[in-house]
Design a protein around this ligand. Sequence first.
Ligand code: IVH
Length: 674
Amino acid sequence: MQEGIDSFVIKKVEDLREALHRHNYRYYVLDDPEISDSEYDRMMQELIKLETDYPDLSSPDSPTLRVGAPPLDKFETVGHSIPMLSLDNGFKDSDIIEFDRRVKRNLDTDSDIIYTAEPKLDGVAIELVYENGRLVTASTRGDGFNGELITSNARTIRSAPMVLENKEDKNIPPRLEVRGEVFIRKEGFKRLNHERLQQNLPPFANPRNAAAGSLRQLDSRITANRPLEIFFYGIGVVSDFDINSHGDTLYALQVLGFRINPHIRCKITLNEVLDYYRELSEKRHLLPYDIDGVVIKVDGIGLQQILGATSRSPRWAIAYKFKALQETTRITHIEVQVGRTGVLTPVARLVPVNIGGARVSRATLHNEDEIKRKDIRVGDTVLVQRAGDVIPEVVKVVASKRTGQEIRFKMPQHCPVCNSSVVRAEDEAALRCINTNCSAQVKERIKHFASKGAFDIDGLGDKLVEQLVDKELLFSYADIFGLNEDTLKNLERMGQKSAANIIDAIEKSKQITLARFIYSLGIRHVGEHVAGILATTFGSLEKLMSSTRDDLTAIQGVGPVVAESIADFFNQDENRNAVNDIVAGGVRILGETPRKQGGLEGKVFVLTGTLETLTRSQAKKIIETAGGKVTASVSRNTDYLVAGTSPGSKLKRATDLGVEIIDEKTLRELTIDE
Ligand code: IVH
């Protein structure tokens, strides 16, 4: 212990940890928070500060470790004391009836067997080891015998306890190995892929892949930013745990603070198991996470031990799988779409097919490498999958249906929309159209700008944006704020009333939070999450725009690639101008100090040189809005000369005449409302 640490500090740290663990449990396990998110954040910040000031007080079970630890070079391997086995699969009632017969035969009994039935979560298995109530290690299933040590990553999963609860005054086992399934909700998966697409990263094929990929990150800070959750379903070796049924085990785990799936049905007969399967297969679409079947387990631990296991799977359990959300159909042709950042995405057009109740006529092929890897050709019969609510994708080619007539697909050398060259950047799977003025890119950028998480302009939907860009009525973001009813009402399928509504929505959107504003700019790698971090860190657009790459890299949650992309974005004049034009269009960022309306009446300004962020016309607009006047040359009547870099002769004349010389920063101060 660091010498001379005030006992008050030690107590404070302990209290904060205890409270944060408790609130974490209430929020993530019980789904019943007691305090607000901001109160929780405040306590977390206080603890982070104390641990930074007093490094000797650090501890492996501090809640601050939920944000991740420094990256590893590689994962170590650990053995599981009891192998993590797989499950046998059943696909129809008769498979389960047969399983029940086998169980009875092996137990040499005619009596009904008592089962527990659980949703089979479609995620990744994990084992956590607790010693004296503290999480010490976590590992993946690996090959069942040896897994990878991913302790820091597991600590970032909020629904996995770091210290155990002892609510019923039961003894906490000295050693407890507990197993569960790590997963990502459908909603979180959609958001994650949306962000990845914005960052031009390949999307995850399904929530399970996303969970597996997130859990196996060498940098646990990345894991911490993924919406991983866990449900526990079993144990490995446990000392001093006198329990004789699976249902009771689950209950005991729950008492210790582990999250157990609420849809588990304990102590039921075979017929009830079959009813449960039907019930769950009907409502699986309503669950917020993917399940792919029901796991049926003999409830008695004594019976489980008698039944034992084969080398692959236990004889006391079986997975009754649901029907897959996959169908086969044929690719009629492949088209190429151009995205917001110019990325070319190949999309398969399909003979329409019904998959799990939805008509599917197109599926993403992701990129050229994926087409090559899966050897997908036009005319191929393919297996198409709809995972959750995401865009359907082609899983694989049905090779046996090849006729030899199929045609290999080649990505175009030129943009299919504007015919500019396309390039493939180093380390990237994507081809990109180099023309930032390509109408496809302009359309996608503006759609993004007007979308829900951004300016959220009601009525300015995809079709209308396309129409306005095609008619050359929209080109830049700021053009939106120059639209008027007369222009809109002359468009096809648009009446006076809808035109008025859209103008009204545009007007309303002008009040916007900084986070949304930043997000709307469509900077590569800046999704809603990063935009939120930037907004809180900088507090104003101006500070963000003048930040350096180093300022950005220093921020928690902003990696070097993201920092570089943001710095690059604001280094380009056309982007700075676009931002300033939006502001000049009358947009007000909430929480930022508003521009002065009046107050500088009678003051005369002259501009010279290149200003830091504003163009001449933007500076003029700000001055005029504040009531001032801008003239072309310096005279005795001039009150201020606003000088940027490389000022001309006006600077000398102003100095000679004793005119006050100010920079852009001072100009901003003069025009801000106190
Ligand atoms: S019991 C020996 N229960 O399914 C018993 N497994 O195919 C094996 N899984 O690796 C585990 N939900 O990742 C069990 N409620 C549940 C489960 C479940 C999902 C996964 C688990 C396992 C795989 C076996």
